[in-house]
Ligand binder design. Structure first.
Ligand code: THU
Length: 160
């Protein structure tokens, strides 16, 4: 069954980039810009994640790799941990994720999707925020955005 139409995931939709509202487009644009700050010499897959806070301000992070590959930190986790350090974890209302790089679509999928650990990290933010968090994932061609929420990304989550 196509995940886009799977009734278990009713909140997943795909929107052409031109049809996003200006705030969403700016958020996705910021995530794309944040890919430039990735430290990813091993995968050469540069990921940017930008958080939108309730007051409209934004906070970005990018993946931070390590020579011991498994120690690498994803962009989403960097952004959320950094927001926490800034005392703003509870203010998150949305996150946009974008990627540019050498990994093939066969490996990454058509849309950049948060890994399992990042979903659990997002779930923690949902708990702290007291509400669900919108998740916007840019397609590899930069033309479409898959929209869902942190809760939909991790059904039956530990801690939620
Ligand atoms: N990566 C992220 O930063 N976020 C994701 O959503 C998926 C993967 C990073 C981890 C690693 O540095 C590189 O992308 C290749 O997996």
């Amino acid at each position: 069954m196509n995940a886009e139409t799977d009734p278990v995931l009713p909140t997943v939709s795909v929107t052409p980039i031109d049809e996003l509202n200006p705030n969403e487009r700016a958020l996705v644009g910021a995530a794309l810009a944040a890919t430039a700050t990735a430290y990813a010499p091993y995968s050469r897959f540069h990921v940017g994640a930008t958080l939108l806070f309730a007051d409209g301000s934004r906070h970005s992070g990018a993946n931070f790799e390590n020579v011991s590959y498994g120690l690498s930190l994803c962009a989403e986790t960097v952004a959320i941990a950094s927001a926490s350090s800034a005392g703003r974890l509870h203010e998150i209302v949305a996150i946009a994720i974008a990627a540019v790089g050498e990994l093939e679509a066969a490996v990454t999928g058509d849309f950049i999707a948060p890994c399992g650990r990042c979903r659990q990290v997002l779930a923690e933010a949902v708990t702290i925020c007291g509400h669900d968090i919108e998740v916007l994932m840019l397609s590899r061609d930069g033309q479409r955005v898959r929209k869902t929420t942190a809760r939909a990304l991790l059904p039956l989550a530990f801690g939620l």
